[in-house]
Design a protein around this ligand. Structure first.
Ligand code: NAP
Length: 320
């Protein structure tokens, strides 16, 4: 008897086929609409495996309904959508998809840094809205990237890949992390710096930590006030690490110069969100890992993790 699995979103056919070779699969058959909570509550009762996305809140209440669940395979590296403690208590394995998205997310983070500093979106809109009447000396001028100081908060896989890109722009690279990375300091010429000092010295600040109780509101009004008024803050990690209300005030009052955000406390971010009203904010709909190749690799790795756990083998990436 094949184990039962539920997939919470329509994933590419080859991924479904791969899972179906070993499992009885049910799937929420929509790509752009999340599975309703009530449906998930029903489906989770009967399955041994769950393949889910970061859009699903896998909390204690939901897990309380899961009688046979052995594995939750999250198609993401971040797993703040899952109550890890509750899963642990029930002996459920949780897996994620690190590594395969590292370079793609570092690319997007650097793209966002460049877009915010050189005002790319604002400039494109300026042209299309018919405002380009002449060339003028200080028109749409931004901040230099080349030779600037980059502060990376969270020197993990993506943080290190971001530092490699910054080296190509001759940036000075500071980092703050929970633990020192001596090998990377040597290899990439990084300078370990305490958080407050990094905030004071950096022209660009990129957040690359996971979202945890320790990193919730890591950047709030106090931290923003330490930054240069020419500083640019980039967050491609998770909403909630930056206090959005405090960020709005800092940007509006000119305490910092601009921000680039791929992630928000509430996703999708409501269109009336104050941050969306500011010209000095570049906003993206959580597309850090969104290249065709990388999304396929993530889905494939999530499928492998699920199948290995259900076959009582070690998944490639286990959270718990
Ligand atoms: P990672 O390799 O685990 O790196 C995370 C780093 O953050 C580690 O070096 C860790 O320190 C550090 N850290 C954790 N808690 C900290 C704290 N309280 N203070 C300071 N440093 C702390 O993860 P990754 O693969 O680079 O991914 C990082 C995050 O990016 C993910 O968790 C995810 O939320 C986000 N992400 C977003 C997208 C997107 O689409 N926008 C895509 C991929 C990932 P240690 O070395 O001491 O453990």
């Amino acid at each position: 008897m094949k184990p039962k699995v539920y997939i919470t979103r329509k994933v590419p056919d080859e991924i479904v086929t791969k899972i179906e070779d070993y499992c009885q699969v049910r799937m929420w058959d929509q790509a752009d609409i999340p599975v309703p909570r009530a449906v998930l509550e029903e489906e989770i009762k009967n399955v041994e495996g769950l393949f889910c996305l970061l859009t699903e809140t896998i909390d204690r209440e939901l897990l309380g309904k899961a009688e046979q669940l052995k594995v939750i395979s999250n198609m993401a590296v971040g797993y703040n959508n899952i109550d890890i403690e509750a899963a642990k208590e029930k002996g459920i394995t949780v897996t994620n998809t690190p590594g395969v998205l590292t370079e793609t997310t570092a690319d997007l983070t650097f793209a966002l840094l460049m877009a915010a500093s050189r005002r790319l979106i604002e400039s494109s809109d300026y042209l299309r809205n018919g405002n380009w009447k002449t060339w003028s000396p200080m028109q749409l001028t931004g901040q230099d990237i080349y030779g600037a100081t980059l502060g990376i908060i969270g020197m993990g896989r993506i943080g290190a890949s971001l530092a490699k890109r910054a080296r190509g722009f001759d940036m000075d690279i500071l980092y703050y992390n929970r633990s020192r990375k001596y090998d990377l300091e040597e290899e990439l010429n990084l300078i370990y710096t305490e958080l407050d000092s990094l905030l004071k010295q950096s022209d660009f600040i990129c957040i690359m930590t996971p979202y945890t109780p320790e990193t919730k509101n890591l950047i709030g009004s106090r931290e923003l006030s330490l930054m240069k008024n020419t500083a640019i803050l980039i967050n491609t990690a998770r909403g909630g690490i930056v206090n959005e209300e405090d960020l709005f005030h800092a940007l509006k009052e000119g305490e910092i110069w601009a921000a680039g955000l791929d992630v928000f406390e509430q996703e999708p971010v409501p269109l009336e969100h104050p941050l969306l009203s500011l010209p000095n904010v570049v906003t993206l709909p959580h597309i850090g890992s969104a290249s065709i190749k990388t999304r396929m690799k993530m889905a494939d790795l999530a499928a492998d993790n699920l199948l290995l756990a259900l076959q009582n083998q070690s998944p490639k990436h286990v959270v718990i």
